[in-house]
Design a protein around this ligand. Sequence first.
Ligand code: UDX
Length: 449
Amino acid sequence: MNRSLPVIGVVGTGYVGLCTAVGFASRGFKVITSTSDKLKADLINSGEPPFYEPGLKELLSEAVALGNLRCTLDREETVLESDITFITVGTPSLQDGSIDLSLVEASARDIGKALARKNKYHIVVVKSTVIPGTTVNLVKPTIEELSGKRAGIDFGLAMNPEFLREGSALYDTFNPDRVVIGEFDKRSGDVLEELYNSFYSGKVPIIRTNPFTAELIKYANNAFLALKISFINTIANICERVPDADVRDVAKAIGMDRRISPLFLNAGVGFGGSCFPKDLKALIAYSKKEGYEPTLLEEALRVNERQAIWIVDTAERKLGNLSGKVVAVLGLAFKPGTDDMREAPSIRIVKELLRRGAYVKAYDPAAIGNARKIFGDKVKLCESIVDCIRGSDCCMIVTEWDEFKDLAPSFFKENMRRPFIIDGRRIYDPKLFRSELEFEAVGLGGRST
Ligand code: UDX
């Protein structure tokens, strides 16, 4: 290995891959990435990220201009020209919730073929979220078979999970709470520890463990955060049955207990996105396959599914039969700051509204394009907030975009047929809104007087 900066290879150019690549390139590392999508490769090579992520375009275009980052369509080239190759390809859910490892396996095959042609020591690092055993029982034998080399002797192998969030992916890349290195062989662990210590100037704690544990750490981390959200949503549902209770105060107070921490205690219409639902399902499926029924995790998923329906039930309780009622949905993305609607609670909400016969209008500052693909013409997708709420019988806040937060009760009163707001993300002041119009909010108890 080059004692100066190792060359970094990254297989896969999704959130994890591109942010990892851009992160290293921005610190002066030479990085070569690969994708099978020519359009994506062309975009990256012209300095354009194939998806939106704050700050990514600036860092990517700079890295490309400086010659520190390029993208190839040839995976083997990524390995031949680098010292350390990260596998960051997607691991989607199969129909039964279990994980689809076909892209990881295909990457391992190409890496194996490339290593057969390479004499220099090389380290392969699995960064994709994979179930325990994948690195040692799938990636290792695949590479060994195709390269004719032995892991831990001829090449190094490690698992190094990634914890970045969409919308703050670069911030998370540069400021992780910790780095987890699951090493198959000590040499790989030493090299990666040195790499990350120099990248983070020794300021980020590094946990060294084995690949199986590292793989499980990623799932445990996401499962715990998902549990926290389902927990606070459960408390929210109880709060609604307690006069004057407010889940926000509950969350604030319990969050001050350092054993709990204040983060991920926002009650709402539930979690979505490309990770929590998928990872929870994969962990459940894995655990069951290994003979253990993880009922706690299954319940977290069920709570989450029901939580989206809470907002529809709340509308029906007030409006009666929803058939023919005009419902305005503000926010479709799974969280603010993204156009991503994968597993978004909005999808379950809109489908349930349609099933109960409501006429649905919706607005989102970023996700309208994706919404059109999902809902077609079943939903009236609006160009503005005012178009969306005009003439409606109920307005649901489903994603907490900043541009919804400053809307005054008078704005709703002037434009809605029946000024009735259901705040599914707790962005409005209940006192103010309740004094002006019909107002319900997640985790807000009825008035005692
Ligand atoms: C998540 C993890 O945070 C990240 O560590 C992992 O690598 C990938 O999955 P992401 O899916 O980008 O990241 O979004 P995140 O900000 O974690 O939010 C996930 C969902 O939980 C969103 O739908 C959000 O609205 C919801 N959420 C989050 C809540 O409902 N309440 C909260 O308090 C926090």
